[in-house]
Write a protein that binds this ligand. Structure first.
Ligand SMILES: C[S@@+](CC[C@H](N)C(=O)[O-])C[C@H]1O[C@@H](n2cnc3c(N)ncnc32)[C@H](O)[C@@H]1O
Length: 335
């Protein structure tokens, strides 16, 4: 198996994994074709339902054979076969920890039924008490902190729910979009990988596609093996890894501060009429202010932090570029 370490291998995952004698994967992330007629390079995504279910059993079984006893196994799947995946997992002895719903924006519009805007992501483990779960890596700001300014709130934030709605589907206009049709967002994979593996762990993606799992694994200092049927996708994903492996996870990089951001910040500051000192002292006001700013800038997934924003405000104030709030000079003069 060592020959596949940090490689995207071209071939059929069932054939390849069936030839492996020893479990090696600490984490498996599988995003198979959903049998919905998607146009892939090599794979026919519209087969008889009973054949698809039998095939699902085969690849899940092949993956399970190479999953370490303390490993985790995530499976993304559409509505039509989510129930089958759960039943097969039960039969194989996998233990479900979460049935996650990835609720995305930019779903396909429908004329005669409600628009589909979610994918199921199963989170299974082999052993009910021994597995990696770095929960602190996933914590987010809680409503207690954000809305209610409740001092009892855990300052480290809260664990996210099992409905994930912070990751939009990758559309054609997104910078991270490759030529591949159904690419997963890097930031979603980053959550899974950070939580369910440690640095240097070995991560397997049996349906590698554009290589999202592999590249995020590489960016986060994990080892990877991707298996992909199409030689064209294999070639492109290998190129993607060479080109981007040293960059930050998409959506997490700090983009340089622009003139436009300064303009928006100034505008928001004057619109809100809250002096910088007050913002600096009041966590709640600063949270709201930062959220408004990010919303206005459309900083989806690449949000400016409160600290970053406060620093910029202070810098603008010191340079005299922020300007006084209406009435502020009077208040200051009175003091
Ligand atoms: C839904 S896509 C995976 C997308 C991937 N998560 C990404 O972010 O790019 C499924 C992929 O599985 C590949 N595939 C289908 N059958 C396969 C098999 N038996 N072995 C390996 N890859 C297969 C398809 O060619 C396709 O690229």
């Amino acid at each position: 198996m060592a020959k596949w370490l940090n490689k995207i291998v071209c071939g059929d995952c069932i054939e390849i994994l069936s030839g492996v004698s020893k479990p090696f994967a600490d984490l498996i992330f599988a995003d198979p074709p959903f049998n919905i007629g998607y146009k892939y390079d090599k794979y026919n995504d519209k087969v008889k339902s009973k054949n698809y279910i039998a095939w699902t059993r085969d690849w899940m079984g092949a993956c399970l054979k190479v999953l370490k006893p303390e490993g985790s196994f995530y499976i993304a799947i559409g509505d039509d076969y989510a129930a089958n995946v759960k039943v097969i997992a039960d039969e194989l002895g996998l233990l479900m920890r979460n049935w996650i719903i990835w609720h995305y924006t930019f779903g396909q519009q429908m004329k005669t039924k409600f628009a589909r805007s979610h994918t199921h992501i199963f989170y299974f483990v082999n052993d009910k008490s021994k597995f990696t779960f770095n929960g602190d890596n996933a914590r987010i700001i809680s409503d207690r902190q954000k809305i209610y300014n409740d001092k009892r709130a855990n300052p480290a934030g809260k664990m996210p729910d099992d409905v994930w709605n912070e990751y939009p589907r990758i559309c054609g206009t997104f910078e991270e979009r490759t030529a591949f049709p159904c690419q997963m967002p890097e930031s979603l994979l980053a959550r899974v990988i950070r939580v369910s593996s440690n640095e240097e762990d070995w991560i397997l993606d049996p349906f590698s596609g554009s290589g999202t799992t592999a590249i995020v694994a590489a960016k986060l200092n994990r080892s990877y093996t991707g298996i992909e049927l199409s030689s064209e996708y294999t070639k492109q994903s290998r190129q993607r890894i060479v080109k981007f492996r040293d960059s930050a996870v998409e959506g997490e990089e700090r983009k340089p501060w622009t003139e436009q951001m300064d303009k928006e910040l100034k505008w928001l500051y004057h619109e809100n009429k809250t002096p910088t000192d007050q913002l600096d002292e009041d966590d709640y006001l600063l949270t709201l202010f930062t959220e408004k700013f990010n919303l206005r800038m459309g900083n989806n997934g690449n949000k400016v932090s409160q600290k970053q924003l406060m620093k910029r405000l202070v810098r603008l104030r010191k340079s005299g570029k922020l300007g006084a709030l209406r009435g502020e000079h009077i208040r200051l003069n009175k003091v």
